[in-house]
Design a protein around this ligand. Structure first.
Ligand SMILES: [Zn+2]
Ligand SMILES: [Zn+2]
Length: 238
């Protein structure tokens, strides 16, 4: 019985909602519910943390990056979509998120001329386990939409092999955190768009921006698919 039902579903509903995975009729990419309820970040934004001003809790806390933006809050169907991007091996998710991320970059960093895109790296073991870095996938799609080159310039220093790769830089510089730049020549004097999937506290982006600037980057702006931003309690008048 279940088998027949699945075959019928397969025949008539061959596409799934990008965000929640619900079965759809052929050719559709978003279900009605997700279409109406995507948690977009709207309204005037805090230029320090990137969320709408009414949700900002950052007290204008300065980070090492020059700006951060995202199209969505990390909630509801977008959180589902990111989970599918991360663990489901769903490459096409990157394509959908990248379109909205590109728009967010155009809207919020309209006066910035980027030299290249780069992404938050994962350590070797992590990457092998999952087979890909979701931030790298997002970057590749974003590069196509924004017509910018994507450069793999950073490393996450977890295992010894990768540490060895960056050892020349490390010898020159300070004692650094878990991230480093492979070759300073790739970032020197550059205005960089740094990509990750989610921003929560901003600590990872901050750490990466710090290293990129120590290694000579001129400016670092960040874009993620989604960021956290606490909902504000509605007043009693509705
Ligand atoms: Zn949906
Ligand atoms: Zn803020």
């Amino acid at each position: 019985m279940g088998k027949i039902k699945n075959i019928i579903l397969w025949l008539f509903f061959t596409d799934k909602c990008t965000y929640c995975g619900k079965l759809l009729s052929c050719g559709e990419t978003l279900c009605e519910n997700c279409k109406d309820n995507l948690p977009r970040i709207v309204g005037e934004r805090c230029k320090f943390c990137g969320v709408a001003k009414e949700r900002c809790k950052c007290n204008k806390h300065r980070m090492r990056y020059d700006g951060v933006t995202a199209p969505f809050y990390y909630e509801g169907s977008v959180a589902d979509g990111i989970a599918r991007l991360k663990f489901g091996g769903k490459d096409y998710m990157a394509y959908y998120f990248a379109k909205d991320m590109a728009q967010s970059v155009k809207d919020n960093f309209s006066n910035v001329n980027f030299d290249c895109i780069t992404f938050v790296p994962v350590a070797g073991l992590q990457k092998r386990h999952r087979d890909y870095n979701q931030s790298e996938l997002l970057s590749a799609e974003l590069g196509k939409v924004l017509h910018l080159p994507v450069k793999n310039v950073m490393v996450k220093l977890y295992d010894n092999n990768i540490q060895h790769e960056a050892s020349q830089n490390r010898r020159k510089g300070n004692v650094l955190g878990v991230y480093d730049v492979k070759d300073n020549a790739n970032v020197k004097g550059k205005t960089i768009l740094l990509v990750d999937d989610i921003k929560t506290t901003g600590a990872t982006l901050n750490e990466c921006a710090k290293i990129l600037k120590i290694r000579g980057a001129e400016k670092v702006y960040c874009v993620t698919a989604a960021m956290t931003g606490k909902k504000v309690a509605k007043s009693l008048d509705n």
